[in-house]
Design a binder for this molecule. Structure first.
Ligand SMILES: [Zn+2]
Length: 308
């Protein structure tokens, strides 16, 4: 606040300063003895929203962090960031729509390149694997991703919820089939698909895609060929091979941040207006067959099991 002791217009003493904070924006307003007034902002605004609020939310999402982690970190350091509700409103009005458009553009380009490769040479060689939100038979979501073996680009992924399949184990073949159908429907010619030895996927390949060659060599494809250095650590005094750290090759984050700022400048996009947000597909209804039990009664029932 030392900066606000003298009036920038007449050089006289400032008699009154007030501080306001809006998320990560700090605003100081002042008044001098000659009646001059003014205010200063700690960052620029775009259409009334502090750029730092947009950028904090964008950097959190685009680095794969969650609001809770960042809020905890910021609170410990006493750094001001937007409130949770503002964060999520920014996410749905600005960040997700930008990611959505960018992802589709990028995917369209990847598929275009692969179709061109189809014309020049043969069909694509893809490999895929599924990942569930929790292991075993209790998973609720499964994503299946397909990668182009030549360029190592993920060309498509599908997300399946357990209610869309007959069981949690049936999610993987369902998601796999949606992936392959999407790629075939987009005009791609596929020669080889490499997966793990999951029996349901082997069956799907045999029955639904007999023309595509099926390989099982997934570790070979996924692990790639890491580069090594041979080093002599002080503590062990033995020569050992150590994997060379490969920094992230993601180079689209800055472009995404620029696009977020552009979307904020767009006067047709109204913050917190549902029409400016991406429509999330309607999820299938709850699988519970009975109405939800009263919480107190449920706790009572739970506790009584231990008191017998
Ligand atoms: Zn003054």
């Amino acid at each position: 606040m030392q900066l606000f002791t003298r009036c920038p217009q007449c050089g006289q003493t400032v008699i009154d300063t007030k501080k306001f904070s809006f998320g990560s924006l700090l605003r100081v307003s002042w008044k001098c003895i000659n009646g001059h007034e003014g205010s200063w902002n700690s960052c620029n605004e775009t259409r009334g929203m502090a750029d730092n609020n947009l950028l904090v939310a964008a950097s959190t999402l685009f680095t794969g962090a969650t609001y809770v982690d960042i809020a905890d970190w910021a609170a410990c350091l006493n750094v001001q960031i937007p409130q949770k509700t503002t964060f999520y409103a920014i996410q749905s009005s600005y960040l997700i729509p930008v990611v959505d458009v960018f992802y589709k553009e990028q995917q369209a380009k990847l598929l275009e390149d692969l179709r061109l490769q189809n014309v020049l040479q043969e069909g694509a060689n893809l490999s895929g694997d599924g990942r569930s939100d929790s292991p075993g038979f209790s998973a609720k979501y499964c994503t299946y991703s397909m990668m182009d073996d030549v360029n190592k680009n993920v060309v498509h992924f599908e997300l399946v919820q357990v209610t869309e399949a007959t069981s949690s184990v049936a999610m993987e073949p369902e998601a796999f089939k949606r992936c392959v159908d999407f790629l075939l429907d987009s005009g791609l010619k596929i020669d080889v698909i490499t997966t793990d030895r999951s029996p349901s996927i082997r069956k799907t390949m045999r029955v639904d895609y007999p023309r595509i060659q099926h390989e099982f060599d997934i570790w070979h494809v996924v692990k790639g060929f890491p580069r090594y250095n041979v080093v002599f650590p002080k503590h062990s005094k033995e020569w050992v091979a150590r994997k060379i750290y490969e920094p992230t090759t993601q180079n689209f984050r800055e472009e995404l941040l620029v696009k977020v700022m552009e979307r904020r400048s767009d006067t047709t996009v109204v913050f917190k207006d549902p029409t400016s947000q991406v429509v999330v597909p309607e999820l299938p209804p709850n699988i519970a067959t009975k109405p939800k039990m009263n919480k107190a009664a449920a706790i009572e029932k739970h506790v009584s099991r231990f008191q017998k």
